[in-house]
Design a protein around this ligand. Structure first.
Ligand code: FES
Length: 335
């Protein structure tokens, strides 16, 4: 059972798992929480325990003077709750929750990423009304009574731009209508932003991004966000698809891996056409557990069809992944 930590003066509630520090729990849940060294040295995470019991990671308590101890001061990067707590910590903010709204966007550009995947670059008709979103979230495209969800493929920037990777086939009438509107630059209604699968900056935690098909779009946004925030935790991007053409941004992913030493990329196909692929074949989650036999200490983001996400969840947690550190919108719906 997680402990409940009541943070004053902002009256925020944090759930901390057994064995977890207050800072780890705050970052896992997307709070903005002051920290720097994560090692009971800099004092950035220092606050007071007003009620409840803690224990310390390592010998962090030795870094406090007697007066600080008497007043309840502690380093929250090293404080592990042993009961529910009331703490005093300034400058803590809850994860931003923007109200969901529907806004008209217009396609500035659209081009084929593959024979059946189109990149749409959309801007709000009125910039003041742009949707506020975080990297990793998704929007619904709305048409009359119908709506379909699409991951936003970029990290937010000042322009209000939203990039979508639209998979279309002849029998997907909804997508065909969106493409028709985009071609003639007619308004497209987007509502959002939705989803809690956003980047959690767990200190020094290696990150696995697991994408199937156009699930790559969400991972692209998370990588852009990590680069914008200059995070350098190791990132392992694994992308699985059926055919070579479905790896529609293979060159971009290879480029990331070449330019950033902390980004690693591997793609595999489950049903390549003869002569189109000389890489690995099979299922990407099975490849991940061969590469990382022990996944304790990792965080994983997954995006793709529900079957793939659930099967990856089962397999990866069997290999030591803490279930609390697997993020996928389909899983978070139940949390
Ligand atoms: S983050 Fe530096 S002391 Fe906790």
């Amino acid at each position: 059972m997680p402990y409940i930590v009541h943070i004053k003066p902002n009256d925020l509630i944090l759930h901390v798992n057994p064995g977890e520090t207050v800072l780890q729990a705050a970052l896992r849940q997307g709070f903005s929480f002051p920290f720097n060294c994560q090692n009971a040295v800099c004092g950035t995470c220092m606050g007071r325990v007003l009620r409840g019991k803690i224990e310390y990671l390592n010998d962090a308590e030795d870094e406090l003077c007697e007066e600080e101890k008497e007043e309840g001061y502690t380093f929250f990067c090293s404080a592990i709750p042993k009961s529910d707590l009331v703490i005093e910590m300034f400058n803590v903010e809850a994860p931003a929750e923007e109200p969901v709204k529907t806004v008209s966007y217009v396609a500035a550009t659209s081009h084929a990423l593959s024979p059946n995947t189109l990149l749409l670059e959309l801007y709000p008709q009125n910039k003041e009304e742009a949707l506020i979103f975080r990297a990793g979230q998704y929007v619904y495209i709305r048409q009359n009574e119908e709506a379909q969800a699409y991951s936003i493929a970029n990290a937010p920037d000042d322009s209000g731009r939203i990039e979508l990777h639209l998979r279309h086939t002849e029998d997907n009438i909804f997508a065909q209508k969106v493409i028709d509107l985009a071609k003639v630059q007619q308004p497209i209604a987007l509502s959002g932003a939705y989803g809690h699968c956003v980047l959690h900056a767990h200190p020094a935690m290696p990150t696995i991004l697991l994408a199937a098909g156009t699930g790559f779009s969400q991972m692209k946004a998370l990588i852009e966000e990590a680069l914008n925030r200059s995070l350098q935790n190791p990132i392992y991007l694994y992308w699985g698809a059926r055919k070579r053409e479905d790896l529609y941004a293979h060159a971009l992913a290879l480029e990331w891996a070449e330019h950033y030493p902390f980004i690693h990329y591997h793609a595999m196909l489950s049903a390549p056409e003869p002569g189109t692929w000389d890489g690995d074949t099979g299922y990407i989650d099975e490849y991940v557990v061969k590469q990382h036999v022990d996944l304790s200490g990792f965080q994983v983001y997954a995006s793709g069809p529900p079957d793939m996400v659930f099967s990856a969840f089962d397999l990866l947690t069997k290999h030591g992944l803490n279930a609390d550190f697997m993020y996928a919108d389909i899983l978070l719906l139940g949390k």
